[in-house]
Design a protein around this ligand. Structure first.
Ligand code: C2E
Ligand code: MG
Ligand code: MG
Length: 694
C-alpha cells in the first residue's frame, strides 16, 4: 500500500453520483483522488497536478472523453499518463475504439464492480512504472556504455553490430552509423582473424565468457585486451588498449632474462633453458649436448688499464663476434663479468665439442679494436658433456666451471673437458679453503724465520719471514700446500696481514730485548692480491705504528711475475711504500719475464736471484754466467743482490767471487721458529764471523 497511497488519480465525470461513487472506491483503495465535473476543469487540473492516472467519462458536454484524450496527449507531461475511459455497456463500443485510438489505455463499462476498477487502475499504474523503470535503466546503461573508456559493442547471432559505444567507434576508427548492421569480420585484419574467430565462436556457441589479449599488427602495432560475454541474442564485447601494459610486461620479462650490456641471455635464462634441455633429453632419449664455460684470460688487466667503459665495450664486441660463430639452436649467455656460457645442442659425437672450442679460440685470435688500440684476448674454456647424465642445470654449469679453472691453470687459450677427477680436486680445494678460513680464525699459522747474510762480512743482516701452517692433523704445512688456495679464495688478505703484523711484532720484540739487533730487518713476502689493494700502504703504516717497528727494518718481497701483471698499479704502490721508508725486493728473479725498461724505472732496492740459478751454477761450464749477468745488471741498476737457496760451500765461494753481496740458504740456516731465530741472533751478533752450519 505504500506506493499506491501516494498516487494521485484524477476522475472526470459530469454525473455527480457516478463521480462520488468512483471517488469513494478509489479513496478506499488508498489513492489520492482529485475530481472534475467537466472536461475543461479536468484538463486544467491535469496540467497543474500531473496525476499518475486519469479516469474520464466518455459522454460529457463540451469536451467529451475522446476529445479530452487528444488534448491530454498533446501535453508533453501527460504523454504517458494512463487514461481509462468510462462508458455504458455496448452503447459506446465505437466511441471506445475511437477513444483508444485517441490515446486512452483502457476502458471500463458501467456498471462495474469496484474490485474490477481497482484492479484495472493498479495494473495500469504498475505497467506505467515498469515502463518508466525500463526506460530509465536503458538510458542509464547507455550513459554508462558511452562514458566508459573501455570500448564496447554488441553483435547479433549473424555477427552484425547492434550496438557500438563511442570508445569502440574510436578504436575501430569508424562511426556508429557505419558500423551498425555491418558484419564484424569485415573489421578485423586478416592476420588476427583466426584468434577472434575462435574466441567469438566459443562465446557465442558454448555460451561462455572468454578473455584474451591480441595484437593488431603494423601499422597499428597495438595490443588489446578482449572480454567477450554471451548475451541473449549474440555476444557483447569489451576491449581496451593495453599496449603500454603489455610492452612494460614484455620489457620486464626481457630484462629478467637478458644481460643488459650484451643483450645475450643471462644466468637465469641459461639455467632455465639448460634445465629444460636436460629434462627433454631425459624423455626423448640420447641427444648429446654440451655446456662451454668461457672466461677471458687476464680480463682484469684490460679493465685496469683501459677503464671499465672500454672493458664493457670489449665484452660487447666479444659477444657479437662469438654470436656469429654459433648455430641458431645454440644458446649463448653472459653470466656476469667476463664469464660467458654456450649451450651447444645436437652434437654428433663428443669430439665435435673440441672442434667448436678450437673454432672459438681461432675466432678470438683476430685482435679487437678498442678506441684505436688493438687488443688481443684469449679465453679459457671448460666443457661439460651431457654424457655425465646430469639432473640439474647448476651441476652441469658447475662442472663446466671446474673444467674452465683447470684450463686456466694450464695457461692461456686452453680448453678442458670435465672429468670426475676434476670434481674431486675441486672438492679438495674447497675443503682446504674452508680449513684455511677456520685456521685463520683459530690462528693456527706461525712464522718461521730464515737468516739473510752479508756475504762479504759473513754477518747477519736480517730474516725472511716464511709462513707455516700448524695443521691439527697434518702437522707443519709448507706454503706451497696452502698459499695457492688462500690466494684463490681471497683468504690471503687476512692471512698476509697477519704474517705482516706477526713479523713486525717479532722483530720489534727482538730489537727491544737486544739493542744490537736494531739494524736487523725482516723481509715479508706479499702476494699479488695483497699488492693490488689500493690501501696497502695505509695498512702497513698502521701495522708499523701498532708494533712500533722502524720502517727501515721492514722489507717487502714481491715476485717478478706479479709485478709484471699490473705494472701501473704496482709502481704506484711501491712509490707509496718507499715514501714510508720501506724497501722492496723482487723475489724469484729470473723466473719471470721482466722487461728491462720497467725494471729500470721501478723503485726497488733488491733483486733476489732465484734458487734454480744458484743450484745450476756449479754444474758444468758457463752455468754461472747467468748469475754473473744478473749481478752486473743489478749493479748497473743500483740494486743490491741476494742469492737464494745457497746450499753448498762451492756455491757460496762462487757467489763471493762474483761479488754477490747477500745470500740466504740452508748453508747458513733453514727457516726456524722465532725462539731458535732469537738464539741465532744472539750468537751471530756476539761473534762477528759466523761459521756455516747445516
Ligand atoms: P720464497 O719467498 O722464494 O722463499 C724462499 C723459499 O726457499 C722458502 O720456501 C725457503 O724455505 C726456501 N729455501 C731457502 N733456502 C733454501 C735452500 O738452501 N734450499 C732449498 N731447497 N730451499 C731453500 P718456503 O718457506 O717453502 O716458501 C716458499 C714460498 O712460499 C716462498 O718463496 C714465498 O714465495 C711463499 N711464501 C712464504 N711465506 C709467505 C707469506 O707469508 N706470504 C706469501 N704471500 N707468500 C709466502
Ligand atoms: Mg721470498
Ligand atoms: Mg724466492
Amino acid at each position: 500500500m505504500t506506493l499506491q497511497s501516494k498516487m494521485t488519480v484524477l476522475v472526470i465525470n459530469d454525473e455527480p453520483d457516478a463521480l462520488d461513487l468512483m471517488t469513494f472506491i478509489l479513496s478506499r483503495a488508498g489513492y489520492n483522488v482529485l475530481t472534475a465535473h467537466n472536461g475543461n476543469t479536468g484538463l486544467e487540473i491535469a496540467k497543474h497536478v500531473t496525476p499518475e492516472l486519469i479516469i474520464s467519462d466518455v459522454m460529457m458536454p463540451n469536451i467529451n472523453g475522446i476529445e479530452l484524450c487528444r488534448l491530454l496527449r498533446a501535453d508533453i507531461a501527460l504523454k504517458t499518463t494512463p487514461i481509462i475511459l468510462v462508458s455504458a455497456v455496448h452503447k459506446d463500443s465505437e466511441t471506445v475504439i475511437e477513444g483508444l485510438e485517441a490515446g486512452a489505455d483502457d476502458y471500463i463499462e458501467v456498471p462495474y464492480e469496484s474490485e474490477r476498477l481497482v484492479a484495472k487502475v493498479a495494473r495500469l499504474l504498475e505497467r506505467k512504472m515498469s515502463e518508466q523503470l525500463l526506460r530509465e535503466s536503458r538510458e542509464e546503461v547507455t550513459n554508462i556504455l558511452e562514458s566508459i573508456t573501455d570500448a564496447f559493442y554488441a553483435l547479433d547471432t549473424d555477427w552484425n553490430f547492434t550496438y557500438v559505444n563511442q570508445a569502440a567507434e574510436h578504436l575501430l576508427n569508424r562511426s556508429q552509423k557505419e558500423l551498425l548492421g555491418r558484419n564484424v569480420w569485415n573489421e578485423y585484419p586478416a592476420a588476427v582473424n583466426a584468434t577472434f574467430y575462435l574466441m567469438y565462436h566459443q562465446a557465442m556457441n558454448e555460451k561462455v565468457a572468454v578473455e584474451f589479449i591480441e595484437s593488431y599488427p603494423a601499422p597499428l602495432n597495438k595490443w588489446y585486451e578482449f572480454r567477450v560475454y554471451p548475451a541473449k541474442n549474440g555476444i557483447s564485447v569489451y576491449f581496451r588498449d593495453v599496449t603500454q601494459r603489455v610492452q612494460t610486461e614484455k620489457q620486464l620479462q626481457y630484462d629478467a632474462f637478458h644481460d643488459a650490456l650484451t643483450g645475450l641471455a643471462n644466468r637465469a635464462f641459461f639455467n632455465e633453458y639448460l634445465q629444460k634441455t636436460i629434462e627433454r633429453t631425459k624423455r626423448n632419449g640420447s641427444d648429446l649436448f654440451a655446456v662451454l664455460f668461457l672466461d677471458f684470460d687476464r680480463f682484469k688487466l684490460i679493465n685496469d688499464s683501459l677503464g671499465h667503459a672500454e672493458g664493457d665495450n670489449l665484452l660487447k664486441q666479444i659477444a657479437r663476434r662469438l654470436e656469429s660463430t654459433l648455430r641458431s639452436g645454440d644458446l649463448f649467455a653472459r653470466l656476469g663479468g667476463d664469464e660467458f656460457t654456450i649451450l651447444v645442442n645436437n652434437l654428433r659425437d663428443p669430439s665435435v665439442v673440441s672442434l667448436i672450442a678450437d673454432h672459438i679460440q681461432t675466432r678470438l685470435e683476430i685482435p679487437f679494436e678498442i678506441s684505436g688500440n688493438k687488443i688481443f684476448i684469449s679465453a679459457s674454456i671448460g666443457i661439460a658433456l651431457s654424457t655425465t647424465n646430469y639432473e640439474i642445470a647448476e651441476d652441469m654449469l658447475r662442472d663446466a666451471d671446474i673444467a674452465m679453472y683447470q684450463a686456466k691453470a694450464k695457461g692461456k687459450a686452453q680448453y678442458q673437458v670435465f672429468d670426475q677427477t676434476m670434481r674431486e680436486q675441486a672438492l679438495t680445494q674447497m675443503r682446504i679453503e674452508t680449513e684455511i678460513r677456520d685456521a685463520v680464525e683459530r690462528e693456527e699459522f706461525l712464522v718461521y724465520y730464515q737468516p739473510i747474510m752479508n756475504l762479504e762480512t759473513d754477518s747477519l743482516i736480517g730474516f725472511e719471514a716464511l709462513v707455516r701452517w700448524k695443521h691439527k692433523t697434518h702437522g707443519i704445512l709448507l706454503p706451497f700446500q696452502f698459499i695457492g688456495a688462500a690466494e684463490d679464495s681471497g683468504l690471503i688478505l687476512p692471512l698476509g696481514k697477519w704474517v705482516l703484523h706477526e713479523s713486525c711484532q717479532q722483530m720489534q720484540d727482538w730489537q727491544k730485548r737486544n739493542p744490537t739487533a736494531s739494524n736487523l730487518s725482516v723481509s715479508v713476502n706479499l702476494s699479488s692480491k695483497q699488492f693490488l689493494q689500493s690501501d696497502l700502504a695505509e695498512q702497513i703504516s698502521e701495522i708499523l705504528k701498532e708494533t712500533g717497528l722502524n720502517p727501515h727494518c721492514l722489507k717487502l718481497e714481491i715476485t717478478e711475475s706479479h709485478i709484471m701483471e699490473n705494472i701501473v698499479m704496482t709502481t704506484q704502490t711501491i712509490t707509496k711504500l718507499r715514501a714510508l721508508g720501506i724497501e722492496l725486493s723482487i723475489d724469484d728473479f729470473g723466473t719471470g719475464y721482466s722487461s728491462l725498461s720497467y725494471l729500470h724505472s721501478l723503485p726497488v732496492s733488491y733483486l733476489k736471484i732465484d734458487r734454480s740459478f744458484i743450484t745450476r751454477m756449479i754444474d758444468g761450464e758457463g752455468k754461472s754466467e747467468i748469475v754473473h749477468t744478473i749481478i752486473k745488471l743489478a749493479q748497473n741498476l743500483k740494486m743490491k743482490v741476494i742469492a737464494e737457496g745457497i746450499e753448498t760451500s762451492e756455491q757460496l765461494i762462487k757467489l763471493k767471487m762474483l761479488n754477490c753481496e747477500y745470500g740466504q740458504g740452508y748453508i747458513f740456516a733453514k727457516p726456524m721458529e722465532a725462539k731458535a731465530a732469537e738464539t741465532f741472533i744472539a750468537k751471530s751478533l756476539e761473534s762477528s764471523t759466523y761459521c756455516a752450519t747445516e
